[in-house]
Design a protein around this ligand. Structure first.
Ligand code: SAM
Ligand code: SF4
Length: 318
């Protein structure tokens, strides 16, 4: 499946729910989200139906996200179904890790290959503050369990927030010295909850290179990855820098997103959406709709222009 700019689209991110057991300040409103009417959400059977069509069209990498994907009931059955599809080479999940201790074994058994775990601080009090009440221990235990089960390579995603975790860059990078874990620093995006204050707390990922002088660049394995990777001289894991603000990776973008309400988003930073749920429920030709939509994928985004999208990140999945 190629778009109008010749980019091969092979990566689908599926948000399974807007709900979450945490309330990260840059992502979710403090009061959480309104419960949707059951009918507004895709059922997991519908998610599978839609995913099957995407896979037939050339999607070979699927990531499940949210909200917190592990709060969606029935997720293991969906993973089993998705992993059995011919054509799916990689089935991954992005999670806050808090429920992983109990889920990691079953996820592996169901066919999940990869995990990205979000963790912004190694300090219990700071974790509680940024997540509005979360328990750091549960995430660390989740990471340990995933490691024990060999659900590797584990990638930890850390959003850089000025005055909050810039003093922890060295210790987070330090994890990659002894562990086969990648730490990826992501620039705070002015989206949804963070739209009004992201600029003020923004720190560029280049600060990581300023603080840890002995990081060595390593060649990019996957041109479509938004991360640029480095390593400590004897490091086991990698250090990735993802800068959606200060550097653009649109030219190699291979991804599209499906929200839990069945809207197809062709670009994370655009408000344009295609209603796949209604099309599915009214028996329209999904393949044609998807191919026509892919043709309209934007060439690039420019966050510097100040045109920020209105949805919160928990509604899109990152
Ligand atoms: N709940 C899961 C988690 O936290 O990993 C999956 C969904 S969460 C929306 C996906 C990713 O988006 C997380 O790594 C989170 O840190 C990131 N994120 C949310 N809001 C963001 C923002 N304003 N800027 C940058 N990253 C953000
Ligand atoms: Fe939940 Fe993930 Fe958003 Fe945090 S970043 S509130 S864990 S969805």
């Amino acid at each position: 499946m190629k778009d109008a700019f010749g980019r091969k689209i092979n990566y689908l991110r599926i948000s399974l729910t807007d709900r979450c057991n945490l309330r990260c300040k840059y992502c979710m409103p403090e009061e959480g989200v309104n419960k949707f009417l059951h009918d507004d959400m895709l059922t997991l059977e519908e998610v599978f139906e839609i995913a099957k069509v995407f896979v037939e069209l050339g999607i070979d990498k699927i990531r499940l996200t949210g909200g917190e994907p592990l709060v969606r009931k029935g997720i293991l059955g969906l993973i089993k179904n998705l992993s059995s599809l011919d054509g799916v080479k990689e089935l991954a999940m992005t999670t806050n890790g808090t429920l992983l201790k109990d889920y990691a074994g079953a996820l592996k058994e169901a066919g999940l290959n990869r995990l990205n775990i979000s963790l912004d601080t190694l300090n219990e009090e700071k974790y509680k503050a940024i997540t509005r009440g979360g328990d750091l221990k549960s995430t660390l235990q989740g990471i340990e369990e995933a490691k024990k089960l060999g659900l590797e390579p584990i990638k930890i995603n850390t959003v850089l927030i000025g005055g909050f975790n810039d003093d922890e860059i060295e210790s987070l990078v330090g994890i990659t010295e002894k562990e086969e874990i990648d730490i990826r620093f992501i620039e705070l995006m002015p989206i949804g909850q963070a739209a009004t204050w992201a600029k003020e707390k923004f720190i560029p990922t280049s600060l990581v290179l300023d603080k840890v002088k002995n990081l060595v660049p390593i060649p990019k394995e996957d041109i479509s990855s938004p991360a640029t990777y480095y390593k400590l001289p004897n490091g086991k894991g990698r250090v990735g820098l993802i800068n959606p603000i200060s550097c653009k990776f649109c030219a190699h973008c291979n991804r599209i997103r499906l929200t839990s309400q069945g809207k197809l988003k062709l670009c994370l930073h655009s408000n344009a959406e295609v209603d796949i749920k209604t099309a599915l429920r009214s028996g329209q030709d999904l393949k044609k709709l998807i191919l026509d939509s892919i043709e309209k994928k934007e060439e690039s985004h420019n966050l510097d222009e100040g045109k920020y999208i209105s949805r919160n990140m928990n509604q899109i999945g990152g």
